[in-house]
Write a protein that binds this ligand. Structure first.
Ligand code: LRH
Ligand code: MN
Ligand code: MN
Length: 408
């Protein structure tokens, strides 16, 4: 992208009433955490297609995450999933990450793959199983401490497949009791991010099925508990930006698991099938960030954990992650181009068409010159996808990781 393309863009935006210095600063500040599991072979229940070069060990996942950070400058942390990323020495894991130029992000306890948890983990009817599950949650708090992480992302597969299979209210009580024990173990600077999902793997009822249940639980637990919105975890037609606005307004939006979905929890590349939805989510965030006089909104607006949660089954994993990061940057950049004064005027005048146009107009801007300029000014490749292609990294990992061992 030439300088003149950006100069032209900046002039256009100035005419639209946008403060470009602020836009650039906010874009630079956007940090996106990538998931260790997005670098490993992961599939659907139909098939896992083994990819040459996929990360097989936690060390290889760190290397891939570091590569994504080197090219984008936007991904300083990698989330880990336990026991997928189990290691004997978590202090060393953090040191290894550091030596690669990244850090350990959210710690995700995994309570959904063991036989014991078939009928539930923290909501299982047998106290021994619940105990085991809680011990794993407590171990993950220790892991967060050892790795210097300040966040625990919690998702429970717990639920039932048939009416009558479990006592829904009793399970609700067990969920609260278990999470309270974990909450008490948190250090003051740690956050517990509570994820919800309306179905799958349980199909009749899920113990934490929606944002309202997660929010209610967070309120009961205390200020270190917040809601995590995984964009793939809603029924068709759900207005996710509304949920985001609501949680922001209550000071309980902890973060996101970004991905795209068409039908269910598809875990596809964020911003691929539904870029306007992602843009509208960011527009609510930008609006909340602008609401600087509101202490409740500011409580979380400035420290939202932007995390990617994807499963790359047919696509090459490292470039898929780079593409995801770029898609997030693109929609955030567009949301920063909304002229909020024009929007407020249209709303005040009851002018529905002008108001809708003020939002859509920002989405229709071409932000490529802006993103290229911001990256170049930060000493990064203007186009990280192209930089990856010419880096030789893909070829290097294919030859270095030639054995067929799966990291999980
Ligand atoms: C569940 C989920 C949750 C898990 C991840 C692998 O669908 O979104 O966040 O930890 O997928
Ligand atoms: Mn998720
Ligand atoms: Mn999911």
């Amino acid at each position: 992208m030439t300088d003149s393309a950006y100069a032209w863009f900046e002039r256009e935006q100035r005419e639209r009433g946008i403060d470009m210095t602020q836009v650039k600063a906010r874009l630079n500040a956007l940090k996106i955490e990538t998931p260790s599991w997005g670098y490993a072979d992961q599939g659907t229940r139909f098939q896992t297609f083994k990819k040459a070069g996929a990360a097989r060990t936690v060390q290889e996942k760190l290397e891939d995450a570091a590569m994504v950070h080197r090219l984008t400058g936007a991904c300083p942390n990698v989330a880990i999933h336990i026991p997928w990323d189990h290691t004997e020495d978590y202090g060393k894991l953090a040191a290894d990450a550091k030596s690669l130029g990244i850090g350990i992000g959210a710690v995700n306890p995994n309570l959904f793959q063991e036989h014991d948890y078939m009928l539930g983990s923290v909501t299982h009817h047998e106290p021994e199983v619940r105990r085991r599950a809680v011990e794993h949650l407590l171990d993950c708090v220790d892991i967060a401490r050892a790795t210097g992480s300040d966040a625990l992302s919690l998702w429970f597969a717990d639920g039932t497949n048939y009416p009558g299979q479990g006592d829904i209210r009793q399970r609700k009580a067990w969920m609260e009791e278990s999470l309270r024990e974990m909450y008490r173990a948190l250090d003051p600077g740690m956050r517990m991010l509570i994820e919800y999902k309306f179905f799958e793997p349980a199909f009749y009822h899920t113990d934490l099925a929606d944002w309202g249940m997660a929010y209610n639980l967070a309120l009961k637990l205390g200020p270190q508990a917040e809601v995590l919105v995984d964009t793939g975890h809603h029924p068709q037609g759900t207005n996710i930006e509304h949920i985001v606005a609501y949680l922001l307004d209550e000071g309980r939006l902890g973060g996101f698991h970004f991905n795209a979905r068409k039908y269910a929890d598809d875990d596809l590349i964020v911003g691929s099938a539904n870029p306007y939805e992602l843009f509208l989510i960011f527009s609510q965030i930008v609006l909340a960030e602008n609401d600087s006089a509101n202490p409740l909104v500011q409580r979380t607006a400035g420290r939202i954990a932007y995390m990617i949660d994807q499963s790359h089954n047919i696509e090459a994993k490292v470039p898929a992650m780079i593409r995801s990061v770029m898609n997030v940057q693109t929609q955030y950049a567009k949301a920063l181009l909304i002229n909020w004064n024009a929007l407020a005027e249209a709303q005040q005048a009851g002018d529905v068409l002008e108001a809708e146009a003020a939002v859509r107009d920002a989405f229709e801007q071409n932000v490529t010159p802006l993103l290229h300029a911001v990256r170049e000014e930060a000493g990064l490749p203007a186009d990280p996808m192209r930089a990856f292609k010419t880096s030789g990294y893909a070829e290097r990992i294919v030859s270095a990781r030639s054995s067929a061992v799966n990291a999980r």
